[in-house]
Design a protein around this ligand. Sequence first.
Ligand SMILES: [Fe+2]
Ligand SMILES: [Fe+2]
Length: 392
Amino acid sequence: MPEQFPKAQIDLEDLSIHEGAPVLLRSALAGLAVGELLEVRADSPELADALASWCRKEGHRYLGSAGTDSHRIERGVGPAPVVALGSAIAETADPRWGLAPRGGRIEQGGPSFAFTLCQKREVWAEELASIYKQAVANQWSATRDIPWDKLLTLPREVESAVSQIMTFLTENEFAALYVPARFIPRIHPHFREVVEVLAVQVVDEARHAAAFIRRAEAGGIGLGTTAVSGQLSLQTLLEEPDFTTATFLLCVMGEGTFLTLLKFLEEHAPDPVTAILAKLAHRDEARHVAFGMEHLRYVLEREPERRSSLAAAVERRSRMLASVSGLSSYVHDALVVFAGRGVSPQNVRAGARRVFALHREMDNARRERLESLGFDSIQATSLSAYHTKNLM
Ligand SMILES: [Fe+2]
Ligand SMILES: [Fe+2]
């Protein structure tokens, strides 16, 4: 057999195995094919034994020394073969890819993870990169960006209405935080862009809840009342097991409705702090709705028949909430006093008109969104009417 010449050579000088020589050895061997030789030069004659045992452990073959300062190693298969994952987004992610980032390399033989959302069509949306970029750029701070010193002393009834509305918003923020949070650990990290967008969404909702609680407390009244009707409605949202259906109910129907509500709160706010809170929350919610719409578009383009299961989910939820006659009187009355700026009959008449118009506007916006997802106008009208009276 002709003598094989080393394909590569390294010089360890006086570096021993326990001082880090394996770093250089592994790096040099990684560049060789199985069966090719590496020549290792070293000053220390004691290296032979240590090198031989290291080679056994790492799956290479130590071929002995030529003189005292030169050793030869034949590249073996190594302890575990490594494969490239590729950077293209796969339709189906292998649970054995685990937490390895897409585009990297992975040692084979690792554990299989229990992610249940492993199909691209179950989670994906267009525009994820731009939604995430905007989300990161538009993070605000409830401490730094809200002019708390501009808080006005309002008539007690109006301040109390603000507190009740802040309480209602906070319940809904919690729901909007928990829904994406419970899906994140089920989504295969191969679809990391979806996880990133949902993770910032969770952070946004935590900030909204904290800011709304702070506003309720800052006026000296404290938090208001949480109604059974609101809890029942949000519970059905939290318990929806399917990601696309939950995204439809939360981001398209619920947060979509809240966009109209937040605009209304900004417009009729009795103080600049409440107005700016509503404005900043609206900006974040617009992104959450954008994600929901993009995800639904992606799914419905591929599975148009899912429209009927989404419609069924809205109707099912409405049946479960049959005992909930409408928005709780705590919230309704607070919105009337808020929008009318007081409790005189004139104030209440003006406020009630505005709240009536608000409901009509919410309905219009929901129908428009549903139609832009390909529901016909009859379906859109009936689905919007079925949407929970609790708004989220
Ligand atoms: Fe929110
Ligand atoms: Fe949201």
